[in-house]
Design a protein. Structure first.
Length: 532
């Protein structure tokens, strides 16, 4: 089966904004700093070094000290320990991806984001050996949308954690996940890989008290040998570095003004996120609510908590950990505390990053290179053999199913199901009739046009009926094509957005992650097709 090159632009699964970004359309160039090419990292390194180094030693000390604290109760590999210590040095930079604390990693693309980040660091080290590059997974511990993260799919079965949640999800107790493990174990079956997954879930969620620690253990277990560094932004010491920026947000609403201006430039695209007047939440263990300015007071939405200007600035100074950036300010927070060169994310994330550059400029923070993560289609040897027997290419399988079935019906039919020739002949006949009509009574013109429409429509209906009849005759073969496509594209969606890694790990074990590490090239904008 030919390994077609399916570009993101031709896959049909990316928005117009992302397609235009990947095509480097001139109208989008003001919205990003540098396009992600290996050559462009040279200037990005220089700019970040100059910008970050204004307060370099102190920031790096805070960052390393905080990471050591966050990893203190975890078994850390030498490669991860070495990477944390490298962050002390001014020639060390990070490549970052972020993701929610999805139960048991959630959809497959969790792995792809992290492996894209790891592999880009390797590529950069090879090209720029004088610098060091550390892969960072930023845990979205301060998010609060529990419904998005409280489940994962295993072989069409939804494994769900039923629990009430308020406040930042990272602080959420893991109590009750024993029931989820029982549910998962019942589906897993027997075998070495099943036992590993069972133990991995147990050690991650039943031996750690909150969701942040559980997710750190899980990601560390999967990627510790390749030096991944995991960071939790929900930290007093890290938030102290953010105080001046949060103060500016509270007093001047800079990000609202800047992002609103940028969104006007994106009027021909779907806007991913709209800014609030104040893009900060107030958080406690069981609280995460927007800060709003109303009647001369700063209020915490849906509560009775309120502050005068002096009071909220004092609260920020004394308790910076209670101020949480939303989707608009979280990228800024990340870039303030990390010596970061590039953010790797999915299409939706890159879409909102494209709204943010003017805000970064207002705060005098270097805007990172933004890179669309690797996308992957995993197929088994058996599925590849089926595709070969059915004479399907990968390009075929990426097509809309209705279009694919129509195309294959035409290819498999013993005669041509295409009345283009007849339609062209009919068109010429009516052109001659129209010449006659123009020389006689003008009322005849309308009659000729009406007849042409009627007969053309008749031919189109006959073509559709013939196609339908052939589909009935070829039903068996077409059914096999549909079934195979449904296996690879569940619910006519990308596999990476539906399936969990455990479904493939249970069958293929470590081969899954090793193949991903070996095959993903983050700077190539093509779907990677991997056969297991």
């Amino acid at each position: 089966m030919p390994n077609d090159c399916i570009t993101y632009q031709n896959s049909g699964y990316f928005s117009k904004l992302i397609v235009d970004y990947l095509d480097e359309k001139p109208e989008l160039k003001p919205l990003y700093n540098r396009f992600p090419t290996i050559e462009n990292f040279k200037d990005q390194i220089e700019e970040k070094r100059n910008n970050f180094n204004n307060n370099d030693n102190f920031k790096r000390q805070v960052l390393v000290s905080e990471l050591e604290k966050q990893y203190s109760n975890f078994e850390v590999s030498k490669s991860t320990t070495d990477n944390i210590q490298l962050l002390n040095h001014s020639n060390t930079f990070t490549i970052t991806t972020g993701h929610q604390l999805n139960l048991f990693t959630g959809p497959l693309y969790f792995l792809y984001k992290i492996i894209s980040t790891i592999n880009l660091c390797k590529e950069l080290k090879s090209t720029y050996p004088a610098s060091n590059f550390v892969p960072i997974y930023w845990m979205a511990t301060e998010d609060h949308d529990f419904e998005e993260i409280n489940y994962f799919n295993f072989k069409d079965k939804k494994i769900k954690w039923n629990k009430e949640s308020f406040g930042p999800v990272g602080r959420l107790s893991t109590e009750g996940l024993g029931d989820v493990l029982n549910q998962f174990s019942a589906e897993l079956g027997m075998g070495e890989n099943a036992n590993y997954l069972n133990q991995l879930f147990q050690k991650s969620y039943l031996e750690h008290s909150n969701l942040a620690d559980a997710t750190r253990f899980l990601a560390n277990e999967l990627f510790k040998n390749v030096g991944l560094v995991i960071i939790d932004g929900d930290s007093i010491d890290l938030k102290k570095l953010f105080i001046p920026f949060a103060k500016e947000e509270l007093l001047n609403q800079t990000s609202f003004k800047k992002v609103t201006e940028t969104n006007l430039q994106l009027e021909h695209y779907k806007i991913q996120v709209n800014p609030r007047e104040i893009n900060l939440f107030y958080i406690e263990n069981h609280l995460r609510e927007r800060i709003i300015f109303e009647g001369g007071k700063y209020k915490v939405n849906s509560t009775k908590i309120e502050f005068t200007t002096d009071e909220i600035l004092l609260e920020l100074e004394n308790h910076p950990e209670k101020f949480s950036p939303n989707v608009i300010l979280r990228p800024l927070y990340q870039e303030i505390i990390l010596p970061n060169l590039c953010y790797i994310g999915g299409g939706g994330e890159i879409a909102y990053w494209l709204e943010l550059k003017s805000n970064f400029e207002a705060f005098k923070v270097t805007f990172p290179i933004i890179l669309v993560r690797n996308s992957v289609l995993l197929a088994t040897q058996k599925q590849v053999q089926k595709a070969d027997k059915l004479n399907l290419t990968w390009s075929d399988l990426f097509r809309n199913q209705t279009d694919l079935i129509n195309q294959k019906t035409r290819q498999l039919s013993s005669f041509t199901i295409d009345f283009s020739e007849q339609k062209e002949h009919l068109k010429k006949q009516f052109e001659q009739l129209m010449d006659i009509a123009n020389q006689t009574d003008k009322s005849f013109i309308g009659a000729v046009k009406a007849q042409e429409i009627k007969q053309t429509k008749g031919l189109e209906n006959l073509e559709k009926r013939l196609l339908k009849a052939e589909k009935r005759i070829l039903n068996d073969q077409l059914q096999r094509i549909s079934l195979l496509q449904n296996e690879l594209f569940p619910n006519q969606s990308l596999q990476e957005r539906k399936a969990n890694f455990s479904e493939f790990y249970s069958e293929f074990g470590e081969e899954l992650i090793s193949k991903l590490l070996n095959k993903l090239s983050p700077l190539e904008s093509n779907f990677t097709i991997i056969t297991l």
